[in-house]
Design a protein around this ligand. Structure first.
Ligand code: UAG
Ligand code: ATP
Ligand code: API
Ligand code: MG
Length: 489
C-alpha cells in the first residue's frame, strides 16, 4: 500500500512543511523503534516521554516523513518534516485516509462509560453474529473478526492499529463493528476521524482520575465522543445515570434513551433477578435472560436499543438475546463439584463495579451462604480507589482476602497498606491480607464451607499477572478450579 503524502494530508491542518514534497508513504508508526524507509513517524507527547525526543532516532532509521508539533533544530535533507498543531490528531486523520476510511464502509458503533463497555460490545457482537452478519469487535478482552480472534493490547487501539483492524474487517466482509471507546482514546485522538453509526453511554463513576486529574475532566473526555457524532448517527444514553443526559448535551446525533426507572425510548421492568439469570419485561415483552444482576439489565437494554436503532426487528433481537451469555470474566461462575461452592470471577476493578457485583450477590444468595471476597488493586493506577474498594469488600462480604492485582512497578505491600487503611475498625477481624494472589485464592477456598460463594474480583479474563514489567501466566478461573481440586472441594 502506497499513498502520496499530499493525499494523506488532505484533511490535516499543516503549519509548515520542509523537505522533499513528493513522497510516497508505505506505512505509519508512532514508535521510533519501528521507523524505517518509506514510513511516516509521528512524534507524540506521551505520559512518560515526548516523542519529539525520538525524531533523530526515527530519521537515523530512515523514516521518510516526520510529523511533529515542533520542528527539530537540525533537519535532514532526505526527510520531509510536517509541522502540525496536534501530532495525535494528524496521525488519526492520516491513518483513516491511509487505510481508505474503513469506518465509512461498515456500521461502526462505539460504547463508552466507566463500566459495561466490554459486556455491551461483546454481547452486541454475539447478537449480530446470531442474526447472520459478519461482525467485528474491538474490546478489552480481545478483538474479533467473526470468530477469528486477534489479541488486544488496549481497550481501544491507537489510531494506526485501529484503522488497520477496521480495514481488515471491511476486507473480511463485516457489515458491523462494535467497539469500546475508552476515555484515554478520546483524549488521545485514537478515534478522531472515524465515522460512527452510533454511540452508547453506559454510566460514569470513579475511575482513571490518575490520568484525567478530576472527575470533571473524565466526564469531558467521555462526552467528547458524543460531541463529535454527526447527525445521521444515534446517541443512546442511560437515562437512569446521573450523567446520562449531560453526555448528549452538545451532540448533533439523534438522542435516544434507555431506562429501568423512567420514560425512555427503550424501557424495561425487573421481574426477577436470580442466580440463573434475569427476568425482565422489555417494551411490554416478557423475556428471560442468562445474564445475571441488575447492572446487566442495563447492558441488555443498551444492546437491545442499539440493535433496534440499527434497524433490527425488536422481537427477533429479544429472542436471540435471551440465549446469550456475557463476556469472559464478567460474573463468570465456576462451581465446585462436591461442595457446590460457587466461585465467581469478575473484572470489577473499580469501586462502582465491585459494589454492583457484591450487591448482585447479596440479592441472589441464600441466607445460609457466606460470601468470601478476594480482591486487590492494580499498581501504577488510580490510588484513590484502593481504600474505597477494600471498605466495600469488607462491608459486602463475610470474609475478605486482600491481595495483589497487577502490582506493575509498585510494591504490593504499599498497595495493600493503602487498601487496609480503608477498612472500618469493626470490620478488621474479617479481613486477611495475603500478597500472593494464588495463596489468597487458596485461603478463600479453604475458608469456604459447602454452598458458599467465593468472589475473585479485579482481573476477570486476564490470563497474566504483571509484576515489575514481567507478565507471568495467571488466570483467576484456572486457579480457582485448581484450588477446588487441590483442597478436595
Ligand atoms: C497512559 C496511556 O494511555 N499511555 C499510552 C501512551 O503511552 P505514553 O503516553 O506513556 O507513551 P510514552 O512512553 O510517554 O511515549 C510517548 C511517545 O513516544 C514514543 N516512543 C517512546 C520510546 C521510544 O524509544 N520511541 C518512541 O517513539 C511512543 O511510541 C509514544 O508515541 O501511548 C502508547 C502508544 O499508543 C500506549 O501504548 C500507552 O498505553 C499504555 C500501555 C497504557 O497502559 N494505557 C492504558 C492506561 C490505556 O490506554 N487504557 C485504556 C483503557 C482504560 C479503561 O477504560 O479501563 C485503553 O484504551 O486501553
Ligand atoms: N452496566 C454496568 N454498570 C455497572 N457495573 C457494571 C456494568 N456492566 C458491568 N459492570 C461491572 O463492571 C465490570 C467490568 O465490566 P466490563 O468489562 O463490561 O466494563 P468495561 O467498561 O469494559 O471496563 P474496562 O474499562 O475495564 O474495559 C464487570 O465485571 C461488572 O462487575
Ligand atoms: N483497563 C484498566 C484495567 C485494570 C485491570 C486491573 N486488573 C488492573 O490491572 O489494574 C486499566 O488498565 O487501568
Ligand atoms: Mg472494557
Amino acid at each position: 500500500m502506497k499513498h502520496s503524502l499530499s493525499t494523506l494530508l488532505s484533511g490535516v491542518t499543516v503549519r509548515t512543511q520542509r523537505g522533499p514534497a513528493d513522497v510516497a508513504v508505505q506505512g505509519l508508526t508512532l514508535d521510533s523503534r519501528q521507523a524505517g524507509p518509506g514510513l511516516a513517524f509521528f512524534a507524540l507527547r506521551g505520559a512518560q516521554h515526548d516523542g519529539h525526543q525520538f525524531i533523530a532516532k526515527a530519521v537515523e532509521q530512515g523514516a521518510s516523513v516526520v510529523v511533529c508539533e515542533d520542528l527539530p533544530a537540525d533537519l535532514s535533507a532526505e526527510t520531509t518534516y510536517v509541522q502540525v498543531p496536534s501530532s495525535a490528531e494528524a496521525m488519526a486523520l492520516m491513518a483513516a485516509e491511509f487505510y481508505g476510511h474503513p469506518s465509512r464502509q461498515l456500521k461502526l458503533v462505539g460504547v463508552t462509560g466507566t463500566n459495561g463497555k466490554t459486556t455491551c460490545a461483546t454481547v452486541l457482537h454475539k447478537l449480530f453474529r446470531e442474526l447472520g452478519y459478519h461482525v467485528g469487535l474491538l474490546s478489552t478482552v480481545q478483538n474479533q473478526i467473526d470468530e477469528q480472534v486477534i489479541p488486544a493490547t488496549h481497550t481501544t487501539p491507537d489510531a494506526i492499529n485501529l484503522n488497520a483492524l477496521l480495514a481488515q474487517m471491511v476486507k473480511a466482509g463485516c457489515t458491523h463493528t462494535f467497539m469500546e471507546v475508552s476515555s484515554h482514546a478520546v483524549v488521545q485522538h485514537r478515534i478522531t476521524g472515524l465515522h460512527f453509526a452510533g454511540g452508547i453511554f453506559t454510566n460514569l463513576t470513579h475511575d482513571h482520575l490518575d490520568y484525567h486529574g478530576t472527575f470533571d475532566e473524565y466526564l469531558k473526555a467521555k462526552k467528547g465522543f458524543f460531541d463529535k457524532l454527526d447527525k445521521q448517527a444515534f446517541a443512546l444514553t442511560n437515562a437512569d445515570d446521573k450523567r446520562g443526559m449531560v453526555m448528549l448535551q452538545n451532540t448533533a446525533a439523534r438522542r435516544e434513551t434507555y431506562s429501568l426507572r423512567s420514560l425512555a425510548t427503550f424501557r424495561a421492568r425487573l421481574i426477577e433477578n436470580a442466580v440463573h439469570g434475569l427476568h425482565l419485561e422489555v417494551d411490554g415483552r416478557d423475556v428471560q435472560f442468562r445474564l445475571i444482576g441488575v447492572f446487566n439489565a442495563y447492558n441488555i437494554l443498551a444492546v437491545y436499543g442499539a440493535a433496534v436503532l440499527l434497524g433490527e426487528d425488536a422481537t427477533e433481537v429479544l429472542t436471540v438475546l435471551s440465549g446469550l451469555t456475557s463476556a469472559p470474566g464478567r460474573f463468570e461462575p465456576i462451581v465446585a463439584e462436591k461442595t457446590r461452592i460457587t466461585g465467581i470471577v469478575d473484572y470489577a476493578h473499580t469501586p462502582d463495579a465491585l459494589e454492583n457485583v457484591l450487591s448482585t450477590i447479596a440479592q441472589i444468595r441464600q441466607p445460609t451462604q457466606q460470601v468470601i471476597t478476594v480482591v486487590g488493586c492494580g499498581g501504577n493506577r488510580d490510588a484513590a480507589k484502593r481504600p474505597i474498594m477494600a471498605n466495600l469488600a469488607a462491608q459486602g462480604s463475610d470474609r475478605v482476602v486482600l491481595t495483589s492485582d497487577n502490582p506493575r512497578f509498585e510494591d504490593p505491600n504499599d498497595i495493600l497498606a493503602q487498601m487496609q487503611a480503608g477498612v472500618k475498625p469493626q470490620d478488621l477481624g474479617k479481613v486477611f491480607t495475603v500478597p500472593d494472589r494464588r495463596e489468597a485464592i487458596k485461603m478463600a477456598c479453604a475458608l469456604a464451607q459447602p454452598g458458599d460463594i467465593v468472589l475473585v474480583a479485579g482481573k476477570g479474563h486476564e490470563s497474566y499477572q504483571e509484576i515489575r514489567g514481567v507478565r507471568s501466566a495467571f488466570d483467576d478461573k484456572k486457579v480457582l478450579e485448581e484450588m477446588f481440586e487441590l483442597l478436595g472441594k
